[in-house]
Design a protein around this ligand. Structure first.
Ligand SMILES: Cc1cc2nc3c(=O)[nH]c(=O)nc-3n(C[C@H](O)[C@H](O)[C@H](O)COP(=O)(O)OP(=O)(O)OC[C@H]3O[C@@H](n4cnc5c(N)ncnc54)[C@H](O)[C@@H]3O)c2cc1C
Length: 464
């Protein structure tokens, strides 16, 4: 089932595939919220941008998000202060706060009708033993200069033991917003090509050649906005991230709904927000997260959310079901900036840790400032080339067991599967003429052979 956002996308944007060689100032690989945010700022600044996507625009993670726009990324600031100190935590928070204002400014300036509304965001617990942790987070956030409140009353249809409230956060319809960005990019002379898979990027002297089957894009700058950075070397992001899947249901509760956006302080995660659908408000309930690739009962992931919705709203009707995944970094901070220290003019924004609405705007501002040769005071926080010892042992274990084992080694180990072993709507590695080739099989058993595998080892890790 499509997400709420994609199912009611009345102004769906359609573009041609690339079928010639072209040139641009900046080639942006990926038409999700990050690629479009970069495209918006750069085309407005007078750069000729070309945006390339292997699918239709914004139909991947951005089309399946819950679209809360907040600087409150869970119980995060206690961790940031403990790990990196107050100034770092403050810069992280205010980078994201600025992103909320930036998004609102774009919406106002460009007249984008995207159901944007200010809401408080809450991280809550129903567990009395977690109240001190909640209070500590409130103190930490206040200490770095942002007014967080400790509250025990929320709009949720059950009692909480305590919650951290951030006021003046927001929610919107992400597809209406990105459609608006898309119109601006076109108006500013940008070009967008869809259903065009990029399989490699090469550098010749001062220019990059972005290679697709239909043609090559020559540009001075490249931004890898493909969500998961499919080019493995020299960035090696597969070593530094893993993916986590989550599920969302859209529910007609048949009741008047609450104000505010909510997420649990600890596992199991439940996320609540309201959204407009057919002139009424529905509930978006998210959760059932797990590491992507772990064996799970897919149906059960939805059922547990649906059962929870029915427990809260016995007469409710389930209208939508969707799921997607996001990249999780080991230190919980996105990677934004140069793709690698040894590749000038090649940029990346990834690892948004399920907070990509603000993070994509932070990333677009940092990357655009780099291209424009401007200082960005938040860039150091998100430095994509950082080499810091990871203090978080759990995440180091995740890295070893999930990123390396499941994404790289296991795929090689399992590469002797046959075409028939690969389920529909899935990808896999098969041997063809003694070469390991990635294929994707759709529901009609047609398959897309990843030509890029023949060129680059990197493609093994981005089969979807
Ligand atoms: C269930 C869920 C709920 C979430 N809720 C929230 C929320 O409430 N608030 C929040 O802030 N964040 C949320 N997030 C996170 C947020 O949705 C993402 O971080 C964000 O949408 C990522 O945007 P993106 O542009 O990086 O990626 P995408 O939207 O995935 O865009 C990347 C694009 O690159 C294209 N691409 C990939 N490879 C290639 C290639 N080789 N050639 C050409 N094109 C390519 C893809 O087709 C895709 O269109 C949530 C995430 C999940 C999983």
């Amino acid at each position: 089932m499509n997400s709420l956002w994609l199912s009611e996308n009345k102004n769906k944007k359609n573009f041609d595939s690339l079928n010639e060689n072209i040139s641009a100032d900046v080639c942006i690989i990926g038409a999700g919220i990050f690629g479009f945010s970069c495209g918006y700022y750069l085309s407005k600044a007078g750069f000729k941008v070309a945006i390339i996507d292997k699918s239709d625009v914004c139909t991947k993670t951005t089309g399946h998000t819950t679209a809360k726009i907040t600087s409150q990324h869970g119980l995060f600031y206690t961790y940031l202060i403990d790990t990196y100190g107050e100034q770092f935590a403050k810069d992280y928070l205010f980078a994201n706060e600025e992103a909320i204002s930036n998004i609102k400014n774009i919406i106002d300036e460009e007249n984008i009708n995207c159901d944007f509304e200010y809401q408080s965001n809450f991280v809550y617990t129903t567990n009395a033993s977690e109240v001190n942790t909640i209070k500590k987070e409130v103190d930490c956030v206040n200490a770095i200069g942002f007014p967080a409140n400790f509250v025990t009353k929320t709009g949720l249809p059950f009692d909480v033991a305590g919650a951290v409230q951030f006021k003046n956060q927001a929610q919107f319809n992400p597809i209406k917003y990105t459609n608006g960005l898309c119109d601006c990019i076109i108006k500013n002379g940008g070009n967008i090509y869809t259903n065009t898979i990029v399989y490699d990027v090469k550098k010749d002297n001062d220019f990059f050649s972005t290679l697709t089957i239909g043609g090559t894009i020559q540009s001075k700058y490249v931004i890898l906005a493909s969500h998961y950075p499919f080019i493995n070397f020299p960035g090696m992001y597969f070593f530094k991230m893993y993916q986590s899947s989550s599920y969302v249901i859209g529910v007609d509760t048949k009741k008047t709904l609450f104000n505010g956006m909510y997420i649990t302080a600890s596992e199991p995660t439940y996320s609540f927000r309201t959204a407009n659908y057919n002139d009424k408000q529905i509930l978006l309930l998210g959760g059932s997260s797990h590491k992507t690739g772990n064996p799970i009962n897919y149906e059960q992931s939805y059922l547990s959310l649906e059962n929870y919705a029915r427990q809260l709203y016995p007469n409710c009707e389930i209208l939508f079901r969707w799921d997607t995944r996001d990249c999780i970094t080991l230190d919980k901070i996105p990677y934004i900036g140069q793709f690698s220290n040894v590749m000038d003019n090649f940029y990346v924004g990834t690892g948004f840790n399920k907070w990509g609405m603000t993070s994509s705007n932070v990333a677009a501002n940092i990357v655009c400032d780099m291209i424009l040769g401007k200082q960005n005071k938040y860039a150091y926080v998100f430095d994509s080339t950082r080499v810091k010892p990871i203090k978080n042992r759990t995440e180091v274990k995740n890295m070893l067991t999930e990123s390396v084992e499941s994404i790289v080694i296991k795929k090689f180990k399992d590469s002797n599967v046959s075409f028939d072993d690969i389920p529909n709507n899935s990808g896999g590695i098969v041997d063809i003429n003694n070469q390991k080739v990635g294929i994707y099989k759709d529901t009609s058993r047609k398959y897309l052979r990843s030509k890029a595998c023949l060129y680059s080892f990197g493609m093994f890790t981005f089969m979807e």
